[in-house]
Design a protein around this ligand. Structure first.
Ligand code: SF4
Ligand code: MG
Length: 289
């Protein structure tokens, strides 16, 4: 009989004061508050400073390739619908090299929680500008990419939220809501965490002054895509960064669309497929002279 050794989670290797500590703690809080046992969850991470977060949580973990954390998470979620799948990564990983996967994931609405720790830089490679770095007056990188506006523009997005690590209560609550959304089979929950890199781009002072909490704004409509889009646009033009529940809506999840009530493993069943050996023999026969 094989006995597996319990995996001990390691200590984070981030710089003192890095925002990622807050993001990691919030993920752990939300998992605990949702009653998720460590063996019921898989945490996947991309490449970058945030890409080590899966080592520090204690659930099943997977370190994916650069920009590929989202499709890898979707594959895991399709293969085992009982698993709670959490993808995490940075803004460079998710919005640059992984940008195509990100927008198509929002379009397909899979049952995964995706947490992007946004700090406006590539911290691991010593501070180059990322897609979310604003450089006023410096063409062509003057404007920062806004993932909330991108998400709002995709009709099948169902859960879009942003938080900042300095407001841990709101961050915890949004991640918990995101996990509940995913576990109820309502599709992808996307939470961007403003998580400054204190070593290469300490945006804490700036961002703390710019954030506008839409959860406290009686005029904000998180249940209306069109109105939310217009309001986010206006806030952005005024130099504000909206945080809180940006949009919540309903759309069929990827799992509902393609799996229905059938387990993904049933499609591999021999009664539905020609036997692998028989198929292989046929393919090999086409190469004989
Ligand atoms: Fe965090 Fe920046 Fe240090 Fe990376 S370089 S661990 S992002 S503070
Ligand atoms: Mg980054």
């Amino acid at each position: 009989m094989t006995k597996t050794k319990t995996y001990d989670k390691g200590k984070p290797i981030w710089c003192a004061g890095c925002g990622h500590f807050g993001a990691k703690n919030a993920i752990q809080f939300a998992m605990e508050a949702a009653g998720i046992e460590m063996h019921e969850a898989l945490v996947l991470a991309g490449i970058g400073c945030s890409g080590t977060v899966q080592n520090n949580i204690g659930a099943y973990g997977y370190h994916s390739m650069h920009g590929r954390v989202v499709p890898t998470a979707i594959g895991a979620s399709l293969a085992n619908p009982d698993l709670t799948v959490i993808a995490a990564g940075g803004d460079g990983d998710g919005y640059a090299i992984g940008g195509g996967h990100f927008m198509h994931a929002l379009k397909r609405n899979p049952n995964i929680l995706y947490v992007v720790m946004n700090n406006g830089v590539y911290g691991l490679t010593k501070g180059q500008d990322s897609p979310t770095r604003e450089n006023p007056g410096v063409a062509p990188e003057e404007c920062a990419l806004d993932a909330m506006m991108l998400g709002l523009s995709i009709q099948s997005s169902t859960f879009l939220a942003r938080a900042i690590t300095t407001r841990s209560e709101q961050l915890n609550s949004l991640l918990l809501k995101g996990l509940e959304h995913v576990r109820a089979g309502r599709g992808m929950a996307f939470v961007e965490v403003l998580s400054p890199c204190v070593t290469y781009h300490d945006s804490y002072p700036q961002w703390m002054n710019q954030v506008h909490d839409v959860d406290q704004d009686p005029d904000y409509r998180s249940d209306n895509r069109g109105q939310a889009f217009g309001q986010i646009c206006t806030m952005s033009e005024q130099g504000q960064i909206p945080i809180g529940m940006i949009y919540g809506g309903k759309h069929k999840s990827l799992q509902e669309s393609i799996l229905g009530t059938i387990s993904p493993f049933e499609s591999l069943d021999e009664k539905n497929q020609p036997s692998t050996r028989e198929h292989l023999d046929k393919v090999l026969a086409t190469y004989t002279v």
